[in-house]
Design a protein around this ligand. Structure first.
Ligand SMILES: [Zn+2]
Length: 452
């Protein structure tokens, strides 16, 4: 490729090729036949189901993770506990009161305040975009329920989500405009009535906490259409509680042959939202990384591969807890990667700057090409929320970019279940991860020094 030819030979200290593209290709082909990932995914979603951090199911998920890694032959299997202030959903309901009664499909947002037991009844003010709410005078909406009904753009990567999700965080903006509650059109690319939940940021000091919920896409549109005809009044009852609990991250190793070669940290997050069974978010990421590491385990390799099941991604905390627990050993982490976009096919691999030019990494491009995966020259921007703290602390990261164009039809909704997982796509992911891990585990490249 053009970018490589321009830079070839300039940078890396690599003198001999250590990584073996033939071995990587064999792992790729073996992965295309194996179904370990499907078995892991089926097991977690069937035996545990929804598992928000701080819920009783999260403790069962922790025990499941330890048992699964142990049964698959991982070593150094252990649990890392950390404190967790958990927002947990209780009973919720909503309906249009006038112009005529209509039941609403909604789900409260994490960190939303509860309504009083009798609920809230108030007129709705609809904004077509978040920008329109921000531009409105602060006096616009005292005593009203604000609805932001901004649709999400379907994109191959996660850029559509990154833009749309800002509206899910906008309850403080509604509060500042005097609203008594905040409603947001589900952050979804689908048209199903099932609402898509998700977290908001924690309330900052001085902000007036208000209840907040996501409406099913058709319900948000209905309110907007009614509001275009005249006043709309809605009743909301959103109960929830916050408690001081414990969350757990589980990890296990596939040991490498050279103790000093550094560890590759990979994984997904064990926690999930509550309406579905967390199949694509993120049992898939755990299944893919466990299965890929297990395949590499069957071959000789230099670096240890550590699979981590982070325990609180959705409502935050597991990335910071992992950094805190491992701050003294960051230099021993060669590189890190997280799988957290479900079963969407991998279409690109991003490595730390300059790494694609290393003589023993460059052949990986041809190994991945039959999977329709391209070598992307830019370092990753989106590499998994649980890795952000490690990345900020200087740990190199890689990203196997996944097609997200279908993911947000189901994400954080009751339809995130095993039924929407495509076993063929799941195997494509495992093949991509296994081939990539094989090369990353054997290369002598120091990713901290790999600069073009
Ligand atoms: Zn996730």
């Amino acid at each position: 490729m053009r970018f490589r030819a321009a830079i070839l030979g300039l940078c890396l200290a690599a003198s001999a090729a250590w990584a073996d593209p033939q071995k990587a290709a064999q792992l790729r082909d073996t992965a295309s036949q194996a179904d370990t990932a499907w078995q892991v995914l089926e097991s977690l979603t069937t035996e545990i189901g929804p598992r928000p951090a701080g819920s009783p199911a999260a403790a069962r998920a922790r025990d499941w993770g330890v048992a699964k890694l142990t049964a698959l032959g991982f070593t150094n299997v252990h649990v890392e506990a950390f404190p967790k202030k958990a927002w947990l959903r209780d009973a919720e309901a909503g309906e249009i009161v006038s112009p005529s009664p209509r039941k609403l499909m909604l789900l409260g947002l994490g960190n939303g305040a509860p309504t009083p037991p009798e609920g809230i009844t108030a007129p709705v003010r609809v904004f077509d975009t978040l920008a329109a709410l921000k531009a409105a005078p602060q006096s616009c909406c005292a005593g009203k329920i604000i609805l932001v009904n901004q649709p999400m753009t379907r994109t191959q990567g996660v850029s559509g989500y990154a833009t749309a999700v800002e509206a899910r965080y906008a309850a403080p903006e509604a509060s500042a405009h005097g609203a008594v509650a905040y409603l947001v059109r589900s952050i979804s690319t689908g048209a199903a009535r099932a609402p898509h939940t998700g977290s908001m940021q924690a309330w900052k000091p001085g902000e007036r906490a208000i209840p907040a919920a996501a409406l099913g896409v058709p319900d948000a549109d209905l309110i907007a259409h009614l509001a275009a005809r005249g006043p709309v009044t809605v009743h909301l009852s959103l109960q929830s509680h916050v408690s001081d609990t414990t969350a757990w991250t589980v990890s296990g190793d596939i040991p490498g042959s050279e103790a000093g070669a550094g560890v590759i940290v990979i994984g997904g997050h064990l926690d999930s939202w509550d309406p579905g069974t967390g199949a694509i978010d993120d049992a898939a990421g755990i299944a893919i990384t466990v299965a890929a590491a297990k395949l590499v385990a069957a071959t000789p390799h230099r670096r240890t591969i550590r699979v981590v099941m982070w325990g609180s991604e959705e409502t935050g905390g597991s990335g910071a807890a992992y950094l805190a627990a491992h701050r003294g050993e960051l230099g021993g982490i060669a590189i890190a990667g997280e799988s957290d976009v479900g079963d969407g096919n991998v279409y690109g691999l991003q490595l730390p700057a300059g790494a694609w030019q290393a003589p023993d990494i460059a052949p990986l491009e041809a190994v991945l090409a039959p999977l329709k995966i391209i070598a992307r020259p830019t370092p990753p921007e989106d590499f998994g929320a649980d890795l952000e703290n490690l990345h900020d602390a200087g740990v190199p990261v890689f990203a196997l970019n996944q097609d997200a164009s279908r993911y947000f039809d189901y994400h954080h909704s009751q339809d995130d279940t095993l039924a929407i997982v495509d076993p063929v796509q799941l195997r494509q992911n495992v093949a991509a991860w296994a081939a990539t891990l094989s090369i990353l585990a054997d290369t002598n490249v120091d990713f901290r020094k790999a600069k073009p």
